[in-house]
Structure formats: structure tokens, C-alpha cells
Design a protein around this ligand. Structure first.
Ligand SMILES: *Cc1c(COP(=O)(O)O)cnc(C)c1O
Length: 374
């Protein structure tokens, strides 16, 4: 065996077994491959805000540039969030994106000999964060592509330390109701941490939002996670956060890098929170864009999974028992439109499309029509 193989063997088997996360294809990469201009490409693959960041956030980033020689200080963002959310500063943990806080939950609560419960077709990072700790993933079959909370409850074992729930879920766009979730929280064992990932919370109609922060007082096992990557349009800066009981937050902070969120991200996030007009406009753009996409899909005779997020997962019917979604994805790429194939989520017949600007949605629908007709 070569030396390099010996070196790789030093890595625990559970690390070597991790399947890498496949990100959405970057615009620059497709532009290089096709010899196209970057601005001619439409990317609807990573649930980013098509409007970009709030102008407030951009101005704050510029203003923060001269301070880059300093180590970051999360105080101002933590204080702003605590006032906005009505929780104490000790209940908030900042993350380098909410991916980071998911990892922190894994580091703080999982290790070899324990397990985490999540749903089939749920956000892939839960599996990675669990496996990276040498813990066991219990994946519960989905119900109509959504979380089956009753089955997830039944799947909790004595060695289960964490349950991951994405609400709404990515990549399916499904959600569980506040009543179902509350009932789950009330019946789940007291000594199991429940991570509730609300990355798309701001895209929900107010009437269907869960009172998740209010639940914290009743359910100390709950960790709510949110992000600035979606409606706030700051995916490239990497900033998210967890809200939970102060004692759990203290544990997450023990495994957190002290400077995990950078100066620019902190300044931008504070400014973005102050621009709630931007959030409202983005929400409204999403409602209109979703209607545009669904009407287009209907016209093309396609079905989809009803979505509560800023994306929709469309079914591409197999032909002769063979999945066609991969081929459709490739043909769309050829037309300069990037969407997300979902074979790695166990959904080989679906493509996930982010709601874009009206012109981007139209480009996608035109390209899809051309591909379907060809
Ligand atoms: C996009 C997304 C996140 C956010 O990830 P960041 O690390 O904050 O960019 C978290 N959870 C789900 C389910 C998501 O789809």
C-alpha cells in the first residue's frame, strides 16, 4: 500500500465514509465551460435572494472595510438580534452561516455511540454533521416528501441525542404545522436536543409561521436556527445563528471558533436587520415569482411538490423507467440555466428551482419548454 493510503487510513473510518456535499454549480464555472458571458447565465440553484443584498447591508460593508485589521466582535449583532427576537443575548450563538451552527450542535451533542434522527430528503448537512462526529444517522422515511414527525418520534432510541427538523425543508419545500411540531416537542423525550432549522422562516406567510421562539421557554431541548443567507441575501458572507436555552448556547459556544463570523458579515447582518422593507419586498417578489413558476409548470404539464420556501421542486417524468431529470438538468445548463438536480437526495426524478426575478423565471420556463419539446 502506498504511503498516501497509509496516511488516509489515519482518518477515522466514519470521516472517510462521508459523501461530499455537492453545491449548486457556480455561474463562473458554467460560463467557462460554455464560453458564455457570466451575465447571460441564470442561476436558480442555491435558493439565493435574486435581488442581492439590501443596499443598507452593502453600505455597511463599505463602512466596515477600514476595520478589517481588527478581530471581529459579535456583540452588536447579538444585541440587535436579542432585541428583535425578544430573547437574551446569552441565548444567541452566531455562526459562519447556519451550516456552522448545525456543525456546532453536532460537535456539542454527538459523538461515537450516539445517534441523530432526521428525515429522508432533508437538508444534507444534518447527515454530514452527524457522520463527522462518528455518530449514527437514523433516517426516517418521508411522508409525501415531508417530515413524518410521528415516525421520527418513534425512531428516537435511548442513544439518540439530536433530532434535526427543517421547517420548511430543503430540498422539498414541505413544512409541518405549528400544531404538529408543538405536539412533537411535547412528546419527545426531555433528554433529546431538537434542532429546528428555520432557514426559510421569512418566506412563510405570517399565518403559518411557528411560534418557535416562544416555545423555547417551555421546551429547553429546542434549538432554533436561522440564517442571513436566504431572504437577507447574504449567502456569500456566511452568517447565521442559533437561539436556545442559555445553558445549551454555552455548550455550543465552547466548540465555536471565537471569531467564526467576520467583521463584514457582522456589520452587514446588523444593517440588513434594519432594512425590513427589503425583507418585505423580497417576500412579495417570492410570492409573485412562485405563482409565475407554478403557472408555467402547469402550462408545461409538469407537477411539483407544493413549497413553502423560495424554491420549488418539479417532477420530471421518467421515460421507459429511466430518470430524465439529469438529462433535463444538463440540457438546461447548455441553455445557460442552472437548477439543482436532486439524485443525491434520493429524488432522481426531481429538479429544484429557486424563485428568481421575473425575467429569470421566464428564462427558466422558456428553456424548460425548449428542452421538453426537443
Ligand atoms: C440554505 C439553508 C441553510 C442555510 O445555510 P447557511 O449556512 O446559513 O448558508 C440552512 N438550512 C437549510 C435547510 C437551508 O436550505
Amino acid at each position: 500500500m502506498s504511503d498516501i493510503m497509509d496516511l488516509c487510513e489515519l482518518s477515522p473510518a466514519y470521516v472517510r465514509a462521508i459523501a461530499p456535499y455537492p453545491p449548486g454549480k457556480p455561474i463562473a464555472e458554467l460560463a467557462r465551460e460554455l464560453g458564455l458571458e457570466e451575465r447571460s447565465i441564470v442561476k436558480l440553484a442555491s435558493n439565493e435572494n435574486p435581488r442581492g443584498p439590501s443596499p443598507n447591508a452593502l453600505a455597511a460593508i463599505e463602512a466596515a472595510l477600514p476595520e478589517l485589521a481588527r478581530y471581529p466582535d459579535g456583540f452588536e449583532l447579538t444585541r440587535t438580534l436579542s432585541q428583535r427576537l425578544g430573547v437574551t443575548m446569552q441565548q444567541i450563538v452566531l455562526g459562519n452561516g447556519s451550516n456552522d451552527v448545525i456543525e456546532l450542535a453536532g460537535m456539542a451533542f454527538l459523538g461515537p455511540g450516539c445517534s441523530a434522527v432526521s428525515s429522508q430528503h432533508a437538508f444534507a448537512i444534518y447527515l454530514l454533521a452527524t457522520q463527522a462526529r462518528g455518530a449514527h444517522n437514523i433516517v426516517v422515511p418521508a411522508k409525501n416528501f415531508g417530515h413524518d414527525l410521528e415516525a421520527m418520534l418513534a425512531a428516537i432510541r435511548p442513544d439518540t441525542h439530536v433530532v434535526f427538523i427543517a421547517n420548511p425543508n430543503n430540498p422539498t419545500g414541505t413544512m409541518v404545522s405549528a400544531a404538529e411540531l408543538e405536539s412533537f416537542l411535547a412528546r419527545a423525550p426531555k433528554n433529546v436536543v431538537v434542532v429546528l432549522d428555520e432557514a426559510y422562516n421569512e418566506y412563510l406567510a405570517p399565518a403559518v409561521r411557528c411560534p418557535s421562539l416562544a416555545w423555547l421557554a417551555r421546551f429547553p431541548k429546542l434549538i432554533v436556527m436561522r440564517t442571513f443567507s436566504k431572504v437577507y441575501g447574504l449567502a456569500g458572507l456566511r452568517v447565521g445563528y442559533a437561539v436556545c436555552h442559555a445553558e445549551l448556547a454555552a455548550l455550543l459556544n465552547r466548540v465555536r471558533q471565537p471569531f467564526n463570523v467576520n467583521n463584514l458579515a457582522i456589520s452587514a447582518a446588523v444593517a440588513a436587520l434594519a432594512d425590513q422593507d427589503f425583507v418585505r419586498e423580497s417576500y412579495e417578489l417570492n410570492v409573485a415569482g412562485m405563482t409565475q413558476l407554478l403557472e408555467g409548470c402547469k402550462r408545461l404539464g409538469l407537477s411539483w411538490i407544493p413549497s413553502y420556501g423560495n424554491f420549488v421542486t418539479v417532477k420530471i417524468a421518467p421515460s421507459g423507467g429511466k430518470s430524465q431529470a439529469g438529462a433535463v438538468f444538463q440540457k438546461l445548463l447548455g441553455l445557460g440555466v442552472i437548477v439543482r438536480p436532486l439524485a443525491n437526495y434520493g429524488m432522481p426524478d426531481h429538479l429544484r428551482v429557486t424563485v428568481g426575478l421575473p425575467s429569470e423565471n421566464a428564462r427558466f420556463l422558456d428553456a424548460l419548454e425548449a428542452v421538453q419539446k426537443a
